[in-house]
Design a binder for this molecule. Structure first.
Ligand code: FES
Length: 287
C-alpha cells in the first residue's frame, strides 16, 4: 500500500513526467495541473498570451448572451479554436477565467466533444463520413484513398493527422467522422464542416489537391468555404461583416432530389404510415 507521503502531488514536475509517460498521441489536457500549482506555467503564458483584448471582448460578449454565463462555454471553446486552431491548455485556462469555472470543469467539456481538437489543425479540416450508409456506398474507400494520397514516405495519414505545417496555407488535417446527417447524399465529406455531397475517391482527391494548392472550391450547399479558424469563429457566433449575404447562403434551400425521393415515391404509390391507435402505455413498475 502506498503511504500518503508518497502520493504524487500535482505540479509542474508531475505534469512533465505525465506528458513523458503518456506520449505525444495521448490526451493529457484533462490531467494537467491547476495553474496555481504549476510553478512557471503562469508566468510563461502571461508573457506570450495569444488571447488579446479583441478575443477577451468577444468572450465577454458570449458570456453576456446567456442567463448563466457558464452556458457560453461551448461557443467560447470554438472561439479559442478560432485563435489557435485547437484547444490548448492556455485555451482551457482562458475559458475558465472568463466564466469563473475551474480548469477541470472546462477540460471535462473540451475532451468530451470531438469538434474540440487537442492538437493544432491544418488550414482546413477534412472530415470523411465512414458511418454505415456512407461506408457502404464508398466512404471507407474515400477515406483510405485520402489517407494514402496525403501520406508521406509510404505511410498513410492517420486520423486527426496533418499534412503540412498546422495552420500554414495548404495544410490539411483529415479525420473519419460519424454520421454527418446527410445520408440521403452519401457518401459525403465536409471541409471545415461545409458539405461536399455524392463523393467518389477521385472527386475527393481533386478536392484535397485544390485545397493544398490554396483554392477554395465551392461546397455543394451552404456557406462559402473559409478555413478552419474562420469556420470556428462562425461556430462561436461571430459572422462575416456582410452577415446578410452570408445568412442567405446558409439559410437557403438545402433539400436535394434525393432528400425528397422517398416521400415522392410514397405519394405516387399512395403509401402512408399506419395510423397510430390510441393504445394506453403499459404500466411501469414503480421503483
Ligand atoms: S452515414 Fe454518412 S451522412 Fe449519414
Amino acid at each position: 500500500m502506498t503511504a500518503a507521503s508518497e502520493t504524487p502531488r500535482p505540479g509542474a514536475d508531475q505534469a512533465e513526467r505525465t506528458f513523458a509517460a503518456a506520449g505525444a498521441d495521448t490526451d493529457v489536457v484533462a490531467i494537467a495541473p491547476e495553474p496555481e500549482h504549476a510553478e512557471g506555467i503562469l508566468e510563461e503564458s502571461a508573457l506570450d498570451d495569444p488571447f488579446g483584448p479583441d478575443v477577451v471582448a468577444k468572450a465577454q460578449d458570449l458570456a453576456g448572451r446567456y442567463p448563466e454565463s457558464r452556458s457560453a462555454l461551448l461557443p467560447m471553446l470554438h472561439l479559442v479554436q478560432s485563435v489557435q486552431g485547437y484547444v490548448s491548455q492556455e485555451g482551457i485556462a482562458f475559458c475558465a477565467r472568463q466564466l469563473d469555472l475551474s480548469d477541470a470543469e472546462v477540460s471535462a467539456v473540451a475532451t468530451f466533444y470531438t469538434m474540440y481538437k487537442r492538437r493544432p489543425c491544418g488550414e482546413h479540416l477534412v472530415s470523411v463520413c465512414t458511418n454505415t450508409l456512407c461506408a457502404a456506398l464508398g466512404g471507407d474507400a474515400i477515406y483510405r484513398k485520402l489517407q494514402e494520397h496525403l501520406g508521406e514516405d509510404g505511410k498513410p495519414l492517420g486520423h486527426e493527422e496533418t499534412v503540412g505545417t498546422p495552420g500554414e496555407p495548404g495544410s490539411l488535417t483529415i479525420e473519419h467522422a460519424e454520421c454527418l446527417a446527410a445520408c440521403d447524399l452519401a457518401p459525403v465529406l465536409q471541409v471545415n464542416y461545409e458539405y461536399f455531397d455524392n463523393q467518389t475517391p477521385e472527386k475527393a482527391v481533386a478536392l484535397v489537391d485544390a485545397l493544398r494548392a490554396g483554392k477554395k472550391p465551392a461546397p455543394t450547399r451552404g456557406a462559402p468555404l473559409t478555413d478552419f479558424k474562420g469556420a470556428e469563429l462562425q461556430l462561436a457566433g461571430f459572422f462575416p461583416e456582410d452577415e446578410e449575404t452570408y445568412r442567405s447562403h446558409v439559410d437557403g434551400p438545402s433539400q436535394a432530389v434525393e432528400t425528397l425521393r422517398g416521400a415522392q415515391i410514397a405519394q405516387e404509390r399512395g403509401w402512408t404510415a399506419p395510423v397510430m391507435t390510441d393504445v394506453p402505455l403499459p404500466e411501469v413498475e414503480k421503483k
